[in-house]
Design a protein around this ligand. Structure first.
Ligand SMILES: Nc1ncnc2c1ncn2[C@@H]1O[C@H](COP(=O)(O)OP(=O)(O)OP(=O)(O)O)[C@@H](O)[C@H]1O
Ligand SMILES: [Mg+2]
Length: 332
């Protein structure tokens, strides 16, 4: 195993199937697109694709396209000559050049402006581009691995993502299942993160989880997927004071507190109440509308997980289903 490589844990059929797909895709010299909810392991899979490919001993360069401003993105990707713009005092190589013969992982690709997408398309097609401030064409051999946690075909339909670039990238699309769709992976992952944390804390061993903690791990919906699980488990191990005894307490929401500040600065939690003293009001219609909005918000917060949304709203599952039917709301 390469020293940059993280162990990849998972034994559910859904996950193993994806890993098979990754191994097959790795061998081919084509662009790959990795999609999945936040925290599902897209970056980990990108690394695996690189290290299983023939390019494993060449650079793997990463760039999060959402983390830098549009203005800087082009120069980060394609580089610039000295004097290309005000702050460009020296020539700088872009990520495409640095990744020559290796792989370039472009994270959050959906956020790139259309002009940049056009240049990326040209690199995929012809392997060619120019540094900013230069007319000299440079050729590179780079395998592109893109990641997105939004629906790119939908963006393409709305004209916010180039359909031709999507076609080229979509030679193979690897979709990572959310953790709630592979519950068999929860415990192995949790044990892996717990053992790593125990080692880090200098404990001799990890004494496991109590039965109620295991149950809690299985019942939670994990909207933040593997990253959330990792944080929850690491926090539990770190707060646990007796390494000889199993971990008995999980804190699923670290912000939970009776003193938690409310609202997000004028968030729409308190819509202006209509005033029947000054204006006619249809009370039933208004209450109906509120009911619909709040149910939609709860479902969105629970990623469409109905049982959890019901819990949030202090309803039974059947009551929630009844309300969904009444408002013609579908599952998602
Ligand atoms: N199958 C797995 N085995 C071991 N660790 C994993 C696995 N999947 C994810 N992780 C770990 O979970 C964390 C989140 O993974 P990663 O950063 O790859 O997710 P992501 O999909 O890129 O998330 P985001 O969309 O938020 O960027 C990382 O610490 C990663 O090492
Ligand atoms: Mg990521």
């Amino acid at each position: 195993m390469n020293r940059d490589e993280q162990p990849v844990i998972g034994e559910s059929p859904a996950f193993l199937e994806v890993m098979d797909q990754v191994s097959r895709a790795a061998a081919l010299n084509r662009p790959v697109l990795i999609v999945g909810e936040r925290g599902t392991g897209k970056e980990l899979v990108a690394e695996r694709l690189h290290f299983l490919s023939q390019r494993w001993d060449q650079p793997l360069v990463k760039l999060n396209c959402a983390a830098i401003s549009e203005a800087l993105l082009e120069s980060e990707l394609f580089g610039h000559e000295a004097g290309a713009f005000t702050d460009a005092t020296q020539r700088r190589l872009g990520r495409f050049e640095i990744a020559h013969r290796g792989s370039l992982f472009l994270d959050e690709l959906a956020t790139t402006p259309l002009t940049v997408q056009e240049k990326i398309l040209r690199i995929i097609e012809y392997g060619q581009f120019e540094r900013l401030g230069s007319s000299r064409t440079i050729s590179v051999d780079v395998r592109l691995i893109g990641a997105a946690n939004v629906d790119l075909p939908e963006l393409a339909e709305q004209g916010r993502f180039r359909a031709d670039l999507l076609d080229r990238l979509a030679f193979d699309v690897i979709t990572l299942p959310p953790l709630r769709a592979r519950t068999e992976d929860i415990l192995p992952l949790a044990e892996h993160f717990a053992m790593r944390m125990s080692r880090e804390l200098g404990h001799e061993l990890f004494a496991g989880f109590s039965r109620s903690v295991v149950e809690q791990l299985h019942q939670h919906a994990w909207p933040g997927n593997v990253r959330e699980l990792k944080n929850v488990v690491e926090r539990a191990v770190y707060r646990h004071d007796n390494p000889e005894a199993p971990v008995r307490r999980l804190v699923l929401d670290p912000f939970h507190s009776p003193w938690r500040p409310q609202g997000a600065g004028g968030a729409p939690n308190h819509p202006d109440l209509p005033d029947p003293g000054s204006k006619q009001l249809d009370l039933r219609a208004w209450l109906n509308e509120q009911e619909k909005t709040l149910v939609e918000q709860a479902l969105a917060a629970c990623q469409g997980h109905q049982a959890r949304a019901a819990e949030r709203l202090s309803l039974t599952y059947d009551q929630l289903r009844g309300i969904l039917r009444k408002h013609n709301l579908s599952a998602r």
